[in-house]
Design a protein around this ligand. Structure first.
Ligand SMILES: Cc1ncc(COP(=O)(O)O)c(C=O)c1O
Length: 415
């Protein structure tokens, strides 16, 4: 097997780079890095639960960041738990709710296009007698409220449906889905994974009527290492981690204070000129979608269009090419994208999201996610558009999938 270090030597550093993989890991701007640095060794480097100056300074960062997050989603004091990432917050939401109400109900409804950090904890509960029902989505990724209402019964413990899909950008009508659930039975817990919605669409937990909501710092150009779970006041949740001292009762272990300071700065940057930021993302997104559809034959756009689509999401299936070969070919040209199921690219499995919207196996295999960012310029997208058609054409001429399908075609038409 080739070692990555050897591969990197051959890859080299392309003269021009455009990072479009913000889905899997966001690029962190210098202002955010600067905000983090003092907390490693200048101030607030202490344990936030300890009563000494570096500890209080650390605690102050936690307190002010929580206040800031609360304000941005209209939550109240005492309703937020900081975790170390979105995966932990999702696990706490699903498993913590189930454990808190294990004697009452056992059915968990999730959508078929949830992130794996929802699907896996839900599935893990099945071994302990819980039932997981996956609600299918339509060809653009939307959950049908009527279908949801038919799945709800007096065993239903919770419903978890994400606000924005991480791969195809579908913006669910969460208010309508919450109302559908609560009209049937207001004791059912409604959780939404808003990791891909935060900083892109307005979130008001009061107006939406949700009980639990997940956020993650690295999705808004904050650093890795911080997530958050909003927990409606009075909602029963059982801790799923037990151990070290922490200011967060629901999530033990020392908080990642430098990362929390970075998240805090990233929130300022995302929410100052929020509307302009979103408009910029939309403009770059549409430029990329239109450019690729115009210039590349045999390509499909996955997910909805216009206002129903996340402002930064472009997901395309390039027929007759493997997604992984596209990511490598584009990487050599300095364009960084991901393929397959975001977060599981290395498994080389087709994305469960793309399959769930009805695409064929081969179409799912050739799917590529480009995530634009407000830090990019029109010239960056121009560069991407100057490279993608040639990259796809080159791969198609050598692709076994192309050879195979052209061979079948020849046989069919008898040439
Ligand atoms: C929709 C969604 N939920 C949850 C997560 C997990 O967040 P984290 O990477 O912070 O664990 C991700 C990560 O990509 C995501 O896209």
């Amino acid at each position: 097997m080739v070692k990555v270090s050897e591969f990197l030597k051959e890859h080299g550093k392309p003269p021009r780079e455009v990072y479009l993989d913000h889905e899997n890991c966001g690029w962190v701007p210098p202002e955010v890095v600067e905000a983090m640095l003092p907390y490693f060794n200048k101030k607030g480097y202490g344990h936030p639960s300890i009563t000494n100056l570096p500890g209080w300074e650390a605690y102050e960062v936690i307190e002010s960041t929580i206040e800031k997050i609360n304000k941005s989603i209209n939550a109240r004091d005492g309703e937020l738990v900081l975790t170390h990432n979105g995966t932990e917050a999702n696990n706490l939401a699903i498993i913590g709710s189930a454990l808190a109400r294990s004697k009452e109900r056992n059915k968990i409804i999730i959508s078929a296009i949830e992130h794996v950090s929802i699907i896996f904890p839900a599935r893990s509960l099945e071994e302990n007698g819980y039932r997981v029902v996956m609600i299918p989505v339509d060809k653009e990724g939307f959950v049908d409220p009527y279908m949801l209402s038919t799945l709800i019964d007096n065993e239903t413990l919770m419903v978890s449906i994400q606000m924005v899909n991480h791969e195809i950008g579908t913006i669910q009508n969460i208010k309508e889905l919450v109302e559908t659930v609560k009209d049937k039975d207001d004791r059912i817990i409604f959780h939404t994974d808003a990791v891909d919605a935060y900083g892109r669409i307005n979130i008001d937990v009061e107006e939406l009527g949700i009980d639990l909501l997940t956020l993650s710092s690295h999705k808004i150009h904050g650093p890795r290492g911080v997530g958050a779970l909003y927990v409606r006041e009075g909602l029963k949740l059982k801790p799923i981690m037990h151990g070290a001292l922490s200011t967060q009762k629901m999530w033990p272990s020392v908080e990642n204070v430098p990362a929390i300071a970075g998240f805090s700065r990233a929130i300022d940057l995302a929410f100052t000129n929020f509307e302009d930021n979103v408009e910029k993302m939309k403009m770059l997104r549409d430029m990329l979608i239109e450019g690729i559809l115009e210039e590349v034959p045999e390509v499909l756009l996955n997910g909805p269009t216009g206002e129903k689509r996340a402002p930064d999401n472009v997901n395309m299936s390039f027929l007759h090419v493997e997604g992984e070969s596209i990511t490598v070919e584009l990487s050599l040209r300095g364009i960084y994208v991901s393929s397959g199921s975001a977060c599981t690219s290395r498994v080389l499995e087709p994305s469960h999201v793309i399959l769930a919207i009805g695409r064929k196996y081969e179409e799912a295999h050739g799917s590529i996610l480009f995530k634009t960012s407000r830090y990019q310029k029109v010239e960056d997208i121009d560069y991407v558009l100057s490279q993608v058609p040639a990259a796809i054409e080159r791969l198609r001429t050598i692709s076994p999938l192309v050879r195979e399908s052209r061979g079948i075609l020849k046989k069919m038409v008898g040439t």
